[in-house]
Design a protein around this ligand. Sequence first.
Ligand SMILES: Nc1ncnc2c1ncn2[C@@H]1O[C@H](COP(=O)(O)OP(=O)(O)O)[C@@H](O)[C@H]1O
Ligand SMILES: [Mg+2]
Length: 461
Amino acid sequence: MARPRSVYVCSECGAQSPQWLGRCPGCGKFGTLTEEIAETAPEPSKKTAKRDRSANVRRPVPLSEVKEERFARVSSGIAELDTVLGGGIVPGSLVLVGGDPGIGKSTLLTEVSAHLSQKQKVLYVSAEESCSQVKMRCTRLGLSSSGLLLLNETCLEDIEDAIEEEKFVVIDSIQAVYTSELSSAAGSVAQVRECAGKLQRLAKSRGITFFIVGHVTKEGALAGPKVLEHIMDTVLYFEGEREENHKILRAYKNRFGSVQEVGVFEMTGEGIYGVSDYSGIFLSESRGEAAGSCVTPSETGNRCMMVEIQTLLSKTAYGLPRRMPLGIDYNKMVLLIAVLEKRCGMPFYNQDVYLNAMGGIRLNEPAVDLAVCAALASGYKNEPVDKDTAVFGEVGLTGEVRGVTFAEKRVNECVKMGFKSVVFPAKNFKSVKKFEDKIRLVPVQYVSQMIKALFPVSKTE
Ligand SMILES: Nc1ncnc2c1ncn2[C@@H]1O[C@H](COP(=O)(O)OP(=O)(O)O)[C@@H](O)[C@H]1O
Ligand SMILES: [Mg+2]
């Protein structure tokens, strides 16, 4: 059979070209041509086949007559992963696991495969590592199973041929496999999209569950990013610094469950473990001793976790002051610094500001604003925040503290973790009043009130 020809299609205007060009001949944009498989001209026999098919074209069905599918979910053997998936693995689904190199994607999927292979045959396609490397990892993790089949292969067609009755297949990673129908290199957008599409058709037609590893580009996007997301049923993403032991697995998209869930994992030499008791892992030992840090109950994926925010201020040596947040959006930090400057009279124009959310966690919700302000104010005043005080609330540009969601849950977590007082938005007072006898409640309306409450007699004033 002749190899299918490929064409280069502009992603902007759809113009086609038989060879790759730096500039699209249609719209004149640069670097927009990507390779695609060319549709071969339909032969006469195919035409009749098409017409035949249109004879039994699908008719619309009333909703009441549609059969409901019940997903018999399968446990992955790791409770945290099951939670993130929405209660277990749905057979026949495509799950993408993304994350930085070395974060533990292969480790996690090796463990899952080994667990599942106790009951059924599982194929682990390792396109990046040799079979003996995978074996070495299994030995290190203390896993052994005769039902686990390993395959070191990068050509997708050969992988398809190798899948026999396995209902669970791991592809590690999608960037390393290629389809021979395209001439572009493995890992290119065209290859990734085509391979993922083929795997999707295989998954749906034969009811195979695919776990696919996807790498992340330097910018932090899943390589061939949006290209992959719409093909997948579930997109999971490993977060966390490589050096930190704790990683967070978050669902970005899930057709079979909530995207609110996160799983907390701990990486050790013997493997990756789900952490069920995550309290206190995002707090430092010495909190309350040095100025510039503050603890906040943060709601991350249906769970409330106490997270410490640390800041460091140092005098700007020359030029513009630096702003360097880790775990918090850059613009948010700049905005909160501006609020402190304008509404609380704390100048930061000659201070470099570094900020870090402990444990490599990412805090995206607005409820951490007030704690960021508290940490910055503590650094500015060079006075530590009391170690048993937690702070949460959203901060507006006028310096007011706005109410937040899940206030009750947050205060409850503070009580559980043994905190003695909590500073929170006055708007949330009603919902948390019942904790009055367990913890000292400090409702505030403005950022300046929060600063007064935390630093009653300031040495600098
Ligand atoms: N021999 C080893 N002993 C202890 N830890 C190891 C060993 N080899 C790898 N690791 C740990 O496992 C991690 C690699 O995990 P892996 O699952 O291969 O990552 P990924 O597939 O996401 O690139 C590394 O960050 C390292 O900390
Ligand atoms: Mg790997």
